[in-house]
Design a protein around this ligand. Structure first.
Ligand code: 2P0
Length: 332
């Protein structure tokens, strides 16, 4: 009845922004992300037993009772209990080694670890692909955290979502020099949750169709870049795609602006270092924090420059990591 899983956050190089089906969480676009070894969540789930009975789901993240998005977490627990044919409530304790809900993709590792631990606690066994379909129904981008390394989330075309799953393109050993450095600029929770922001963008951004069609081209370029280990093409495509996603947010009504002045300063730092000949690119998710894409040879120098900026309160350097897995080290 109790199980624990560990998952790494997956940061998108080609973004998921917009659902064609909000209920089943089906995206307009296939998207690609990297599972990062340094952004980790461990989650223990225990459903009620005759010894420990829970009247409601109890969710504790980093020692705090969790309110934001609680409905989504509870919904996922109910979904899994429903599949197992029980009506039990659960206690969930989760720990991350990075700030949650600040645009560092915490929901990716969070929902992947939650889903695997909950399934195991109720004796449900899934293939990684089928697990990714179940994770997807909890939170879209978490679909990618089921797998390691470079991960494609196939958008699928079927209305029931059975062909919308994660696929490991290359595992964590594929590109040992690849690095992604998460800068921590502001650990405050975001003002508008991704789910609401995404829906608002789909409904009100006049450029939304262009985002969808042009992302298909970015996806092809990204696959080519990864297949050929072409870092320049990878970085240019990731930046282009991230900026276009933010453009759709800014052009929605009312405007959604996740950036702050620190975000712009880091972007300018990246441009400056690149002009000086360093292979450095960025990507930004639904928050102010910037993720730096670079190679091992430049990691130390880039980290030093980042840490010298007054707005950077921390950095987390990641290589490619593993997909979700079980552990016997429970949190309670
Ligand atoms: C991504 N993000 O591909 C994009 C880029 C943020 C910016 O997926 O409604 O938490 O639970 O499916 O997955 C954030 O959205 O939204 C997200 P839901 P999710 O990583």
């Amino acid at each position: 009845m109790k199980a624990t899983a560990i998952a790494n956050a997956n940061v998108a190089l080609i973004k998921y922004w917009g659902k064609r089906n909000e209920e089943l969480i089906l995206p307009f676009n296939s998207n690609i992300g990297i599972t990062c070894d340094g952004l980790t969540t461990r989650t223990t789930v225990e459903f009620s037993t005759k010894y420990n009975s829970y009247k409601d789901h109890q969710i504790i993240i980093n020692d705090e009772e969790f309110n934001r998005d609680e409905k989504n977490v509870q919904g996922q627990l109910d979904r899994i209990a429903g599949i197992a044919g029980v009506e039990l409530k659960a206690k969930v304790v989760s720990e991350t080694n990075f700030p949650v809900a600040a645009g560092l993709a915490s929901s990716t590792s969070g929902f992947a670890a939650l889903t695997l631990a909950a399934c195991e606690a109720l004796g449900l066994k899934y293939s990684p692909r089928d697990l990714s379909i179940l994770v997807r129904q909890g939170s879209g981008s978490a679909t990618r955290s089921v797998m390691g390394g470079f991960v494609l989330w196939n958008k699928g075309i079927k209305p029931d979502g059975t062909d919308s799953f994660a696929e490991e393109l290359f595992d964590k050993h594929y590109w040992p020099e690849f690095r992604i450095i998460a800068t921590i600029l502001n650990t405050k929770k975001k003002s508008i949750a991704s789910r609401a922001g995404m829906s608002q963008t789909v409904q009100t951004c006049p450029y939304f169709n262009s985002w969808v069609t042009s992302t298909e081209i970015d996806l092809l370029n990204m696959r080519k870049a990864i297949n050929n280990k072409n870092f320049k093409l990878l970085g240019e495509t990731a930046e282009f795609n991230a900026l276009k996603m933010h453009a759709t947010m800014i052009a929605s009504k009312p405007a959604i602006i996740y950036w702050n002045s620190s975000t712009i300063n880091i972007i300018n730092m990246v441009y400056k270092m690149r002009a000086a000949g360093i292979e450095i690119y960025f990507t930004i998710d639904a928050g102010p924090n910037v993720k730096i894409l670079c190679l091992k040879k430049d990691e130390i120098q880039i980290t030093k420059v980042l840490k010298s900026l007054k707005e950077v309160i921390g950095t987390i350097s990641c290589s490619l990591g593993d997909g979700v897995r079980l552990t016997s080290e429970h949190l309670f």
